[in-house]
Ligand binder design. Structure first.
Ligand SMILES: *Cc1c(COP(=O)(O)O)cnc(C)c1O
Length: 491
């Protein structure tokens, strides 16, 4: 495939540009960087994003695994227009409710596809994954407060190499270290972290530890950690069923979540699953936990819920929690001005109806079955590709300097960001990752296209990723050779 097919204007052999416009345009926006201007986008349709300079980018990551229907869906547009045409764009949720919000909750909870099958019987809609995680943390705490264990239960346990959001509550239970640096002093003493369920770097693979053995060791570590804290002091254990941005689509070893659920139950500790990135179909089942043989007490969904058509996220709450509140104060002591926002819920309901009608979750599962062997075939023998992991349409590739030792590249080499930049120059957007292993070392990329990507489009994306990888491999080798020559001259 020629570059021109998806990217007519990019020079073929240019040095990968940073992911920014080079022309400094003064902006009144407080962008993520004060020195780099993001690309301006003029339009988008389906999997294609058109930049203001005319270049067309294939969206191989749906932003951050968000745009699950692709961009510019006219049915969602019609649903938003219809909702706003009623005049009801905002109402206070204390006094009013809307069909949009009620139907969205029924759509997610009821029926043969719904979360109600698992005892998750209520949905709470907010506007971001961070807000959802904040609500989940507070609800877990309120559950024990109402049970009369408020004095005791004050602690949260989560895992290293996990991300749960950017606002203060979720940040404090996260351990995406780079995102926490300036705020270290916010950290109180009531959060602790156990080892990540990340087999490629954290199992004792050198000693031949099996998947089951690794899972068992992690569950024992969690049990021991609870005992050290005094399990009666712990509110909840928090985990992503598949770790998203931090380590790159890392599924847990077989048996891990079953073991985690049992240990939590032994001590009456709640299990909060953060499916903000992995949920709502991304892994080939509506909920990622369905592939783990367990049910959470509280879970969060976000990115794929509204597919980016509205800022929306949700908390799904198990009957066990609702019942305790019902017997107690009967009200969740938490609220947002824009919770269950009518326009957001209308957009989200339209997205979810399309996903169900077009059987897109089934499509994700189907594609996942050929995509893994295809990725293995494409990248398996590449010398800097250490691990390929994921499920459905959520795949991470971990880059390492040495496949034999699984050692990462130096951070300064920037393999992950450079891989993203090279793909982008060639017309494909992938999600970048660095700090994969422990927040400081490691590189990965995430492939997470829309659920309605065609097989042809996806093969094109993978082909471009391979060309980008080959180009980067060559560059990195040439840099090393030059460095060796310099070192040789010096010594
Ligand atoms: C993105 C993400 C969040 C935070 O969601 P925002 O919408 O960015 O606030 C929380 N948890 C996980 C696992 C995420 O990937």
């Amino acid at each position: 495939m020629g570059d021109a097919e998806i990217n007519g204007t990019a020079p073929k052999d240019s040095i990968p540009a940073p992911l920014v416009d080079s022309t400094p345009v003064p902006s009144a926006l407080f962008h993520r960087s004060l020195t780099q201007q993001p690309y301006k986008v003029s339009s988008a349709k389906g999997i294609y994003i058109t930049l203001s300079d005319g270049r067309v980018i294939m969206d191989g990551c749906a932003g951050a695994a968000v745009a699950c229907l692709g961009h510019g869906n006219s049915e969602v547009l019609a649903a938003v227009t219809a909702q706003m045409s009623t005049g009801v764009s905002y109402l206070h949720s204390l006094t009013y409710t809307t069909d949009a919000a009620e139907e969205l909750a029924h759509h997610i909870i009821d029926g043969p596809h719904g979360a109600g099958r698992f005892g998750l019987e209520r949905a709470y809609f907010v506007n971001s994954g961070s807000e959802a995680m904040d609500a989940a943390l507070k609800l877990a705490r309120q559950y024990f407060f109402e049970k009369g264990e408020g004095e005791q239960r004050t602690r949260f346990v989560s895992r290293k190499q996990s991300y749960h959001g950017t606002t203060i509550g979720p940040m404090l239970v996260s351990s995406f270290l780079a995102r926490k640096v300036p705020y270290a002093n916010f950290q109180g003493g009531n959060v602790s972290w156990v080892s990540p369920a990340y087999a490629y770097q954290y199992s004792n693979w050198r000693d031949g530890e099996t998947e089951e053995g690794f899972a068992k060791r992690l569950v024992e570590e969690l049990d021991k950690h609870f005992q050290e804290l005094g399990p009666e002091n712990v509110i909840a254990f928090i985990a992503e069923p598949l770790v998203g941005a931090t380590s790159g689509c890392t599924p847990a070893p077989k048996g891990y979540f079953r073991g985690v659920r049992d240990v939590c139950d032994k001590y009456g500790i709640l299990l909060i699953l953060d499916e903000v990135m992995s949920g709502m179909g991304r892994t080939g089942t509506l909920f990622a936990f369905e592939q783990e043989d367990i049910v959470p007490d509280i879970m969060t969904v976000g990115k794929g819920l509204g597919g980016g058509y509205s800022p929306v996220a949700g908390v799904l709450v198990h009957r066990k929690i609702v019942d305790v509140l019902r017997k107690g104060t009967s009200s969740f002591n938490h609220g947002h001005t824009y919770q269950a926002h009518p326009v957001g819920c209308a957009a989200t309901l339209a997205v979810q109806k399309i996903i169900r009608r077009e059987k897109l979750v089934e499509n994700v599962a189907r594609i996942g079955k050929w995509l893994y062997p295809h990725l293995l075939e494409t990248f398996g023998s590449s010398k800097y590709v250490g691990d390929i992991r994921g499920r459905g349409l959520f795949w991470g590739i971990e880059f390492v300097r040495d496949k034999a030792t699984r050692e990462s590249f130096p951070l300064a080499l920037g393999f992950g960001p450079r891989f993203q930049a090279t793909c982008f120059e060639m017309g494909v957007a992938v999600y970048p990752g660095s700090g994969t292993v422990d927040g400081k070392r490691g590189d990965n990329t995430i492939l997470s296209p829309p659920y309605n990507v065609t097989d042809e489009e996806l093969k094109k994306i993978v082909e471009v990723m391979k060309r980008a990888y080959d180009k980067l491999e060559k560059e990195v080798d040439e840099e090393a050779a030059r460095q060796n020559a310099v070192n040789g001259a010096v010594s």
